[in-house]
Design a protein around this ligand. Sequence first.
Ligand SMILES: [Zn+2]
Length: 412
Amino acid sequence: MNRTDVLFTISAILIVIAACTSVELNVMDTPEPIPDKLVVTIETKNAFAEEVDQTPTPMAATAVPEPQIIEAFVWHENPQIPILNFHRFTPRLIDGETGTLMQLTKFKAIIQGLYDAGYSLISLRDYLDGRIVVPEGRKPLILSIDDAYFANQLSLNEDGTPSDKSGVGWLYDFSQKKPDFGFHVAMFANFGDKYYGNVFRYDWWYLGEGWEDDFAKTIVWGMEHNVMPYNHLWRHPDLEQLADKDILMQAQKNDEALRGYLQRAERGDLIAWLDNFIALPYGKWPLYESGVNTLLSYIDPEGKPLEAVFEAGYEYKPMMALSPFDEEFDAFHIPRMAPVDRVVEFVLENAENLPSNLRCLLELPAVAGARDEEALISAIELAIKKKNCPQGIFIVDELIFVARDGTVFLWE
Ligand SMILES: [Zn+2]
């Protein structure tokens, strides 16, 4: 009998650094991968086939079909997720670290530590949708990178593979060796304040001819591998200082530039994958309510309203992000922490105490569709009654159910 395979992609550890670099003309990096979905396959048994073959009678007995077995992931307690926000990386050992520049060797050590502590990456899309699933026993983690794209964040080799000299490129290789870590990174980009270094010489990237084409390819590679670009505004403005009318312009121009790069790479089809999420530059909100409302009313070029705002600076008061199942969850104030030592320690120390999802199997009548909500609710009730699954949040492919106090309902 088969079971469902779940494809995990890696989400990223988002370490948010409060202070982002301001306008820089610098060598930039590359993109992010594709949004993953849980792929659940359903197996049915065909146990009667043999018998039927053996009986040449024209009136074969009708077999009672066996139930379908469906995989569900259950959170007995609501998940809590650390979001770590990184900035730039350097492969050059001579470079000193700053608030926004980290030695690649240090990044590698942090990632290894997070993996060893039991974390696995999830995507921002799945997080906001509540489709929070990690391999059983592991804990969800989100990685974001602000001030994208610099080549030191993501770049490709000449053969189109990711460069292990870049942070996200190295992370991709790591996740290939540790598939249970997954691979998801959120890139909060400013397209209006930097160039992208497309030529690597010895130990660094330099601006070369055709950089925009190479940059576009990097963004595309990323999206195809769950490195997703989001909005960090056009020129990394300090929103406290910005007139309301300029807030929309900063969001819009940045979104248009991203779509321009996808068109340049002849991958306009990827535009449909984009989400309207903003990370606040410097973690700052507009000073006045009118500015806040202006920002929150931003609609992207495809007409998607702003869905989430990612803050920064929580390294001063380390905390996990709540899941959308929590009453306190606020999609416009999602906390991110810069990966300073004390934050990394906080995340590592808490790994053991964080909840994890269980995997459990549901029996669905053979005739029911895999998305038959009523049948799934009955199957969940039965599984709880038989003590095969605990009460909690049930994630069944794209559907999510809440089983609480003896009742089961669809979560929307
Ligand atoms: Zn920034």
